[in-house]
Write a protein that binds this ligand. Structure first.
Ligand SMILES: *[C@@H]1O[C@H](CO)[C@@H](O)[C@H](O)[C@H]1NC(C)=O
Ligand SMILES: *[C@@H]1O[C@H](CO)[C@@H](O)[C@H](O)[C@H]1NC(C)=O
Ligand SMILES: *[C@@H]1O[C@H](CO)[C@@H](O)[C@H](O)[C@H]1NC(C)=O
Ligand SMILES: *[C@@H]1O[C@H](CO)[C@@H](O)[C@H](O)[C@H]1NC(C)=O
Ligand SMILES: *[C@@H]1O[C@H](CO)[C@@H](O)[C@H](O)[C@H]1NC(C)=O
Ligand SMILES: *[C@@H]1O[C@H](CO)[C@@H](O)[C@H](O)[C@H]1NC(C)=O
Ligand SMILES: *[C@@H]1O[C@H](CO)[C@@H](O)[C@H](O)[C@H]1NC(C)=O
Ligand SMILES: *[C@@H]1O[C@H](CO)[C@@H](O)[C@H](O)[C@H]1NC(C)=O
Ligand SMILES: *[C@@H]1O[C@H](CO)[C@@H](O)[C@H](O)[C@H]1NC(C)=O
Ligand SMILES: *[C@@H]1O[C@H](CO)[C@@H](O)[C@H](O)[C@H]1NC(C)=O
Ligand SMILES: *[C@@H]1O[C@H](CO)[C@@H](O)[C@H](O)[C@H]1NC(C)=O
Ligand SMILES: *[C@@H]1O[C@H](CO)[C@@H](O)[C@H](O)[C@H]1NC(C)=O
Length: 413
């Protein structure tokens, strides 16, 4: 009863206030009875093609109202594919995959039928263009709706697609969009001043040098079980050029509660990728078989957390590192703060680090090899203790000699 009443009140409101939203179509893909993919978006396409006069021509069009879910769409428990067909044999398809605690769009594919003379007048061929981009930056935590009202453009050779007013969710727990939203960076930045952004997103960075990062526990687990274990608190230190051409340093912590881990392992390569809404960190460990040790060989970052002048992302990588060398089968441990310099503009301060990328047995760490700094820390008490013991010995000897002397003195009298 009360439900019907509220709905009746709500509908006119919708019609008055949100006509555009109401017109936007929701594309839905089902896996049996279960909704496995929901998507709302508007898309503008720009397609260049060759005409019969050998001239290039470019057409611009928007996703038309006849767009509908194609039967090629489908899901299994790990991947979801939405194919939207429109016009005279064109389509756009979105390909999602599920990860541990997140889902992401792997590929966006556009196919255009040049034979559609209404759209491509005087085309020299009647081919089907098929263009795919695998670098669409759409990902969100499981059980949240990805939302991005801002425009984002994907370039694929002769086709460009501008997506806007995007709401998408792969594998929603209920058959509707989740209430919790993962908002894209482009939507956040313009409306929220940087300082607020920092305090709301990374409260620990308010006074960076004094607040240590929270230790996160990460693992890489494949069908063969867990192959990489890592525990660490990470503080990132980035030097970049700001939009008004100043050099700035940003220090912020990785927050484990919003970070997901993924990766893969072989017998001599193990990668760990840590991802949150703004930052991707990649660690690659390899084995040096001559000395039977593993080490951290590559570290890379891309982050939109700082906005450099040129380009939207800060990126850095180093593929020739030799950090964290440890005997194969053992784990590397360092309680002390350790700095991992990646390049002159990027370093990581690692706290309470414990990592094992190879030969993880039964999801447990092997024997720990402690870092030199921890050993040095241990050395100080040992040196102090040894010095004290030496002092006691000297006093004792002095005392004994003194006693002997005074004894001898009595004898001469
Ligand atoms: C798409 O094209 C339409 C019509 O040209 C325009 O009104 C709209 O602003 C465009 N949207 C985007 C996201 O570029
Ligand atoms: C996905 O499906 C496969 C077989 O269809 C099954 O073996 C696997 O356990 C499923 N995984 C999850 C996470 O449900
Ligand atoms: C989805 O994307 C993956 C990775 O790009 C690709 O291997 C796979 O073939 C795609 N699936 C479909 C149905 O397009
Ligand atoms: C998502 O929601 C479903 C149903 O509410 C729950 O079973 C599942 O554990 C949740 N997953 C995550 C990663 O929060
Ligand atoms: C297609 O070609 C015809 C004749 O060659 C020409 O008149 C017409 O303007 C062309 N149309 C376009 C859109 O180029
Ligand atoms: C960050 O890096 C800069 C430049 O390398 C350095 O001067 C500064 O001390 C670092 N800050 C922290 C907290 O590590
Ligand atoms: C470091 O940052 C400065 C200033 O943003 C830039 O000019 C320089 O190319 C960067 N160096 C590297 C190795 O990325
Ligand atoms: C993550 O943890 C920090 C403290 O470490 C907390 O302030 C923040 O609210 C947490 N965020 C979420 C989404 O749980
Ligand atoms: C393993 O992970 C790395 C980095 O995440 C990636 O570049 C590579 O393609 C992955 N390899 C496989 C076989 O999935
Ligand atoms: C393995 O270690 C040895 C001794 O430190 C070194 O000479 C060699 O270059 C290393 N090999 C690789 C592939 O890193
Ligand atoms: C990578 O790191 C090593 C060791 O810290 C350093 O010598 C080298 O210059 C770095 N390479 C780049 C491209 O920054
Ligand atoms: C791996 O990480 C997942 C997600 O955080 C967690 O549920 C699982 O217990 C971890 N496994 C191990 C062996 O630590």
């Amino acid at each position: 009863m009360s439900r019907a009443v509220s709905r009746r009140l709500f509908v006119p409101l919708l019609l008055l206030g949100f006509v555009q939203v109401a017109l936007m179509k929701t594309f839905e893909v089902k896996d049996g009875n279960k909704t496995c993919l929901l998507a709302e978006f508007s898309a503008n396409f720009s397609v260049s093609y060759e005409t019969t006069t050998k001239k290039g021509s470019t057409v611009l069009f928007s996703l038309p109202a006849d767009a509908q879910v194609n039967q090629d769409s489908g899901c299994n428990n790990m991947t979801a594919l939405l194919v939207v067909s429109f016009g005279g044999g064109h389509s756009v398809s979105l390909n999602f995959s599920r990860h541990d605690r997140s889902y992401k769009m792997d590929a966006l594919t556009v196919s255009c039928n040049e034979g559609d003379t209404a759209l491509f007048p005087n085309a020299s061929h009647i081919d089907l263009f098929v263009r795919t981009s695998r670098s669409v930056n759409i990902s969100a935590k499981v059980n949240t709706t990805y939302r991005c009202m801002s425009d984002s453009t994907v370039h694929m050779e002769n086709i460009s697609v501008t997506l806007s007013s995007v709401r998408m969710e792969a594998f929603p727990p209920d058959d509707d969009f989740s209430k919790t939203e993962s908002i894209c960076h482009a939507d956040v930045t313009p409306t929220v001043p940087t300082t607020t952004l920092v305090t709301t997103l990374a409260p620990t960075t308010a006074t960076p040098p004094t607040r240590n990062p929270v230790q996160g526990k990460y693992n890489v687990t494949t069908s063969n079980g867990t192959c990489l274990l890592a525990e660490m608190g990470l503080q990132l230190n980035i030097t970049y050029t700001t939009q008004d051409n100043k050099i700035a340093v940003k220090v912020f912590n990785i927050q484990p509660n919003i970070t997901t881990s993924s990766g893969n392992c072989s017998s001599d390569h193990a990668s760990l990728q840590l991802t949150d809404n703004w930052t991707k960190l990649n660690f690659l460990f390899v084995v040096n078989t001559t000395i039977n040790k593993f080490y951290l060989k590559e570290l890379s970052i891309s982050t939109s957390f700082v906005s450099p002048a040129k380009g939207k992302e800060f990126m850095a990588q180093n593929t020739s590192l030799t950090y964290l060398q440890t005997t194969l089968g053992k784990s590397y441990m360092c309680h002390s703060e350790q700095m991992l310099q990646v390049n002159p503009n990027f370093s990581i301060n690692a706290f309470e680090l414990h990592v094992q990328p190879f030969k993880v047995d039964n999801s447990k760490y092997g024997t720990a090899e402690e870092c030199q700094m921890d050993k040095d820390d241990m050395l100080i008490p040992i040196i102090v203790g040894a010095a004290l013991a030496g002092l006691v010995l000297i006093v004792l000897i002095a005392y004994l000699i003194g006693r002997k002397r005074s004894h001898a003195g009595y004898q001469t009298i």
